[in-house]
Write a protein that binds this ligand. Structure first.
Ligand code: IPE
Ligand code: IPE
Ligand code: MG
Length: 240
């Protein structure tokens, strides 16, 4: 399948709403936590695939600001798993020139997760081949509100004039402006919604929804999604 990919027209920045762990667990007669555990293997496979394909940016939705509504037990298990995954994978990622970043209200994370986040940032700071952006305690509206607050502070301080606020100026106050807009947004497990993910950045993203549940998602599915992306005509409101 891979040879059909047009390597000149790869999406620069891919976002993935990693959904369906709970349904996968239910289908396999397992507990929800085991679904999340199985999902970790997909994260690993997808990062490796992006590295091999030469994708520059990958944004992964790992925990939304709304996910706190789940049971305490599930939330704790999710953060335990996240910490475990970060510690287990970081060396290999670091050695493969992958830079790991995080977006979201990170000061709201449990203390251990915050430490692991700091370590991952530090350990991969100089890496260049692929940047992975993990959305943790992330909400798209919160991100926009936080950018607005930053702009308000600058205006109040007199370092920014209201007439200077443009899309570009605004976008540079988002959590990780270096990643830029999403070219391709993938959602697994069939749900047709964006669930508060990167609302600013999906403005002209091509959306691919696959029925595959996240724990079953592998490189072949990523390649399929990129092929679908490459078959689309991006118009940006104009006429091709
Ligand atoms: C995605 O799987 C993981 C997170 C949201 C953290 P879900 O846990 O949402 O799985 P479903 O949607 O219940 O199948
Ligand atoms: C979106 O999935 C959040 C993540 C993948 C981290 P959800 O399962 O939380 O989304 P909804 O509740 O179905 O919209
Ligand atoms: Mg879900």
């Amino acid at each position: 399948m891979e040879p059909q990919l047009d390597t000149q027209r790869l999406p620069r920045h891919i976002g993935i709403i990693m959904d369906g762990n709970g349904r996968w667990a239910a289908q396999h007669g397992k507990r929800r936590v085991q679904g999340h555990e199985a999902g970790a293997a997909s994260v690993r496979a997808v990062i490796k695939a992006c590295r091999e394909l030469g994708i520059e940016g990958l944004s992964l939705y790992a925990f939304s600001t709304e996910n706190w509504r789940r049971s305490k037990q599930e939330v704790n298990a999710l953060f335990r798993l996240l910490s475990k995954y970060m510690r287990k994978e970081i060396e290999e990622l670091a050695q493969n020139d992958v830079r790991v970043r995080f977006q979201g209200r990170l000061d709201g994370l449990p203390a251990q997760a915050r430490k692991d986040v700091e370590y991952c940032l530090e350990r991969t700071r100089g890496n260049k081949a692929l940047s992975v952006n993990v959305a943790l305690n992330y909400g798209g509206r919160q991100e926009i509100v936080d950018a607005a607050r930053q702009i308000a502070r600058e205006v109040k301080a007199g370092t920014l004039q209201p007439e200077e606020i443009s899309e570009d100026v605004f976008a540079r106050r988002l959590y990780l402006p270096e990643f830029g807009d999403l070219d391709l947004l993938i959602r697994t497990s069939g749900e047709l919604r964006v669930s508060n993910f990167m609302l600013w950045q999906i403005s002209y993203a091509e959306i691919v929804v696959t029925p595959v549940l996240w724990p079953d998602f592998r490189k072949e599915h990523l390649v399929e999604a990129i092929l679908e992306f490459q078959s689309r005509k991006r118009r940006y409101g104009g006429r091709p």
